[in-house]
Design a protein around this ligand. Structure first.
Ligand SMILES: *Cc1c(COP(=O)(O)O)cnc(C)c1O
Ligand SMILES: [Zn+2]
Length: 483
């Protein structure tokens, strides 16, 4: 199965498959939409069925053995090479430490208060602190392969972003360097200071436009259509492919036991939820897992086009983009998800195997998102607002009777808490703008306390100051004197 260096020998026959007209297109160029009908694409391996000759049990053994492999190219998402992008060569694979993010069981007190068994998969523990690195590692590896093959000397990568895509794209572009340059387009004032600092620090050209993400997306789409640029939004199906690794890792973490497993993911541009479904479907078709986990997509009531679509009765479902209102789950604040056609297609496939309950979409309030994130983090987690959105979704699913007692839920905390820390700051200082509709809960609020003012310190010598500060602190904490 592998060469003497440990790198897999299998090579697939990958092509873009159009979700509109069904045509296949070769992967020797970077396509985002079908040249014939304009619909979005997914990457498929035409020889996937040949992988079925290997029993599921053997695949599990291969992937488990590879977890100990020392080949850098196989340490991250490409551990699952044969079901990932089995057309890339070892020299093209880019590894910056993405993937293999931990699944952390909810703290005991949090388990009790929520009343369901669950864990967070901390995708904020990726190199740029969000799950976007999974897709970027794959997209950049493919780009490197193209650059090598065509000997390109100049490649401009562009993306529109709610913050994390640009942070990730800029990081990977900076690492590869050489012919690859990064340009990112952000909605002005709709990205956190941490997120804007990331592409700046990586040396990318950072451009802003007034408006929301959906506006920026339209602009880069025009660029990608008319000019020679490499688009790194999830319209780029190489990103979807890399993000499937979330499902592979989770199944492996559970020792390939996926019965009674539920997964919660936030939905923004809907690339991630597509990838998670595809990942599990691949494992299922190769007999690596014997049942599909149930998947819950979660959306805020301020940006919920996918929820609305599935909430309508089946015969009257029609997709309509929504105008978003500000959301603390800012990375998912998208009214016209580019990957909606992918979700629709994958949800059909997913439900055909796992039944109607295998894929559901839940709507939560801004208040529940914020409160849930703070609650999680007060219990030792590092959930971002989108992770809080997943926890709010879990509570909602439980309240609606959608969960069975035997089920175990894994919540995708898609980024690190620190990226969205300004929402916490605003909540704690009761300064969240009214449009969010969030009332801070005093029980979840926390503020620093000043022991002595600068004026009080003035005029004290060092000894007095230390004595006074310690005494004030002891009074505040009602400490008992040592006897
Ligand atoms: C991008 C992003 C999302 C939304 O994912 P989609 O694939 O666009 O649905 C959610 N959370 C975080 C932290 C993100 O960066
Ligand atoms: Zn087509």
């Amino acid at each position: 199965m592998s060469s003497s260096t440990g790198f897999p020998l299998y090579r697939g026959d990958m092509r873009y498959r159009c979700l509109g007209c069904g045509k296949n297109h070769g992967i020797d160029e970077l396509l985002y939409t079908c040249p014939d009908c304009g619909e979005v694409l997914l990457l498929e391996d035409a020889s996937f069925d040949s992988l079925k000759k290997t029993p599921g049990k053997q695949w599990r053994a291969i992937f488990d053995a590879r977890a100990a492999d020392k080949t850098p190219a196989l340490r991250g998402i490409f551990r699952f090479y044969e079901v990932m992008a089995p057309v890339l060569e070892e020299e093209d694979i880019l590894y910056l430490g993405e993937g293999n993010t931990p699944v952390i069981e909810a703290a005991p007190a949090l388990l009790r208060s929520v009343g369901a068994r669950f864990a967070f998969k901390n995708d904020g523990q990726n190199p740029s602190a969000s799950f976007k690195d999974r897709g970027m590692a794959c997209a950049f590896s493919y780009l490197k392969a193209l650059v090598r093959r065509h000997q390109w000397t100049d490649v401009l990568t562009v993306c529109a972003s709610t913050g994390d895509t640009s942070a990730s794209a800029a990081l990977y572009a900076a690492y590869v360097g050489g012919p690859i340059k990064s340009v990112v387009l952000l909605p002005c004032g709709k990205v956190t200071p941490q997120q804007i600092a990331q592409p700046l620090g990586s040396g990318a050209l950072v451009l802003e436009l007034p408006g929301v993400f959906d506006d920026c997306m339209k602009v880069v789409e025009v660029l990608a259509e008319r000019y020679r640029v490499a688009l790194l939004n999830s319209k780029n199906s190489w990103r979807i492919l890399g993000q499937e690794s979330f499902s592979f890792e989770l199944a492996q973490w559970r020792n390939w036991e996926t019965k009674h497993l539920c997964v919660f993911v936030p939905i923004g541009n809907a690339g991630n939820v597509t990838a998670v479904m595809r990942g599990f479907l691949k494992l299922y078709h190769l007999d690596i897992i014997d049942s599909l986990p149930r998947l819950f997509g979660v959306q805020s009531h301020h940006a919920d086009p996918v929820y609305r679509y599935y909430a309508a009765p089946e015969h009257s479902r029609r997709f309509e983009a929504v105008r978003v209102s500000p959301s603390v789950a800012q990375a998912a604040m998208i009214g016209n998800p580019v990957s909606f056609p992918r979700v629709k297609k994958l949800a059909e496939e997913y439900r055909a195997v796992g039944g109607e309950r295998a894929f559901q979409v839940i709507q939560v309030t801004e208040q529940a998102i914020m409160d849930s994130m703070l609650e999680a983090n007060r219990h030792g987690h590092i959930a971002c607002t989108q992770g809080g959105e997943c926890l709010a979704g879990l509570k909602e699913a439980k309240a609606a009777g959608l969960l069975d007692a035997a089920e175990y839920c894994v919540l995708d905390s898609t980024a690190h808490a620190l990226k969205f820390i300004d929402f916490q700051n605003m909540y704690f200082s009761a300064s969240l703008p009214a449009v969010f509709g969030i009332e801070p809960d005093p029980a979840l609020t926390n503020r620093p306390g000043l022991l002595l003012t600068a004026e009080e310190r003035q005029g004290m010598d060092e000894k007095e100051f230390v004595r006074e500060a310690a005494a004030t602190m002891a009074r505040l904490l009602r400490l008992e004197a040592r006897t």
